[in-house]
Design a protein around this ligand. Structure first.
Ligand code: THU
Length: 135
């Protein structure tokens, strides 16, 4: 599994090079792995109107949904060359939770010091998230 997670992080690294982030100078890449094995990539895209920036994770999930993905998110790797342990923002945690595995066992893969992997679960970093019970 560790090898698969390392591959996800490598893909997140690669896609972070496509960033459009001239305002923050903070590139981010994300690679989302679904239960069925499909993978989708995203990078952050900023705008002169700063608040309109799109995060890498949400871009990757948007790409998945646009491509007809119906499976659940098994893992997501997030990478920034500017920061180790680049954690998903609150909005991205909420987005991930919408498509996460039951029990939020979805793995969050980050680069730690010494190029090691830090592996967390969505449940650990996003307990008590909002749910729409009427669905
Ligand atoms: N960013 C992401 O892409 N993902 C996150 O989870 C946190 C922040 C981006 C948004 C913005 O382009 C830059 O990082 C600095 O906030």
């Amino acid at each position: 599994m560790e090898k698969i997670y390392q591959e996800l992080l490598n893909e997140a690294k690669k896609i972070s090079k496509n960033t459009y982030s001239p305002y923050s100078n903070f590139p981010v890449g994300a690679c989302v792995l679904y239960e069925n094995g499909n993978k989708y990539l995203g990078c952050n895209v900023e705008n002169a109107s700063y608040g309109l920036a799109l995060c890498a994770e949400r871009n990757a999930i948007s790409s998945a949904i646009s491509n007809g993905e119906k499976s659940k998110i098994k893992a997501v790797a997030i990478y920034s060359p500017k920061q180790k342990r680049c954690m998903p923002c609150g909005a991205c945690r909420q987005w991930l939770s919408e498509f996460a595995l039951n029990g939020h066992d979805t793995k969050i893969i980050l680069e730690d010091d010494d190029d090691k992997l830090l592996i967390l679960t969505l449940d650990e970093i996003f307990p008590f998230g909002f749910k729409f019970d009427e669905k």
